[in-house]
Design a protein around this ligand. Structure first.
Ligand code: ATP
Ligand code: MG
Length: 351
């Protein structure tokens, strides 16, 4: 299989973690006789420094012309004071929008060898296996009007039926392929957008008779998520709630550095770890590469339909963790590694 993958290393630890994931993809391609062609492009602060634009035209073109995009992370203190359209994060928002990515998938599971890495009790987190589906291109982050002055500021929360329906369908399909439970999270007792959200989910439910649907209010769900995480399977929610809840869920897994994501909906998907650019540890060979390597596995599965290859990469990560290897972000007694040597551990277990 001939495939073109655009790699956007970005800022901070981004280049370090994407390098390990790309090396894993190369190992997988070699084992299976695929030809993966990698092309690097600038995004975020690195792109601002080089071109003045966090999403240069050449980067967008490269992404649109490829089969999948692998991203590290964007942002950092160096660009925090830039005007909004020159901030690294705005480049990423524009890329998601331009690629039509309306659904962000974030699997959160608790590895048996890492039950002690979470600040929560092992008996609470044990066996957790969640799939968050976050609406990514609408809601409060994009709604107009939007304005700011020192005396008053405005953001707008708006959703159309079509916007809710397409992301909800994806969640139903995922639930159907998993443990057949869908929890839709909203604030329907207060927000009109949430009333519509609930109505659309209920209207779709009869088309998926094998999926049990449950609605939850975001405030009480925030508690349930860390008191009884095992009770949930697929969690569907809007942009803002999903942003907050999926970071909260990262606590279950033990480290931000472990978790992958896939942004889907358009013809090209974007795969990235859920952590940020981690400027405090950048350039020190300390970042955990597992979240990015698992994002590469999601790229294989969702972007290229290479299911066996994805499973093999996930199995190599699983074995690495089971044998007690890890980076410094994972609490507990472990064989300490840097970014590069942990990446090498995973690749050795592919062979
Ligand atoms: P963003 O605003 O881009 O989401 P953030 O403010 O949420 O970023 P991160 O950059 O994700 O923050 O970092 C939060 C903390 O987690 C930092 O202390 C960072 O060092 C740590 N961290 C993030 N990613 C990793 C990783 N891959 N390995 C180890 N530690 C990490
Ligand atoms: Mg964050």
């Amino acid at each position: 299989m001939d495939v073109r993958i655009t790699v956007l290393p970005g800022d901070g630890v981004g280049p370090e973690v994407t390098a390990e994931a790309v090396a894993c993809l190369k190992s997988v391609a070699e084992r299976y006789g695929h030809r993966f062609e990698f092309q690097e492009a600038l995004i975020g602060g690195a792109a601002v420094d080089a071109t003045g634009d966090p999403l240069p035209e050449a980067t967008l073109k490269a992404c649109q012309g490829s089969d999948a995009v692998l991203l590290g992370a964007v942002g950092g203190p160096a660009w925090d004071k830039h005007p909004r359209d020159q901030r690294p994060e705005s480049g990423l928002l524009r890329l998601r929008k331009a690629l039509g990515l309306y659904a962000n998938l974030r699997p959160v599971s608790v590895h048996p060898a890492l039950e002690d890495a979470s600040p929560l009790k092992p008996e609470v987190v044990r066996g957790t296996d969640l799939m968050f589906v976050r609406e990514l291109s609408g809601g409060l982050y994009f709604g107009e009007p939007r304005s700011y002055s020192d005396q008053a500021a405005v953001n707008t929360l708006a959703y159309t039926r079509a916007e809710v329906e397409r992301v909800a369908k994806m969640a139903f399909e995922l639930a159907s392929s998993r443990r057949k439970r869908l929890t839709s999270v909203d604030k329907a007792n207060v927000l009109e957008t949430s009333r519509l959200w609930r109505k659309v989910v209920d209207d779709l439910a009869p088309a998926y008779p094998d999926v049990a649907v449950q609605h939850a209010y975001v405030d009480s769900f925030a508690m349930s998520l860390i008191t009884r995480p095992r009770d949930f399977d697929v969690v569907l929610t809007e942009n803002l709630f999903g942003d907050i809840l999926s970071d909260e869920a990262a606590v279950l897994a033990g480290s931000l550095g472990l978790l992958p994501s896939a942004s889907l909906g358009g013809s090209v998907g974007l795969y990235e770890p859920i952590h940020g650019s981690a400027p405090d540890i950048a350039g020190q060979d300390r970042a955990n590469p597992i979240g990015t390597i698992l994002s590469a596995a999601m790229l294989l599965r969702h972007g290229l339909n290479l299911t066996a290859e994805a499973a093999e990469l996930e199995a190599a990560v699983d074995q690495t963790l089971r044998e007690g290897h890890g980076t410094g972000d994972l609490k507990g007694a472990r064989q300490a590694h840097g970014t590069r040597s942990l990446g090498a551990c995973v690749r050795e277990r592919l062979a």
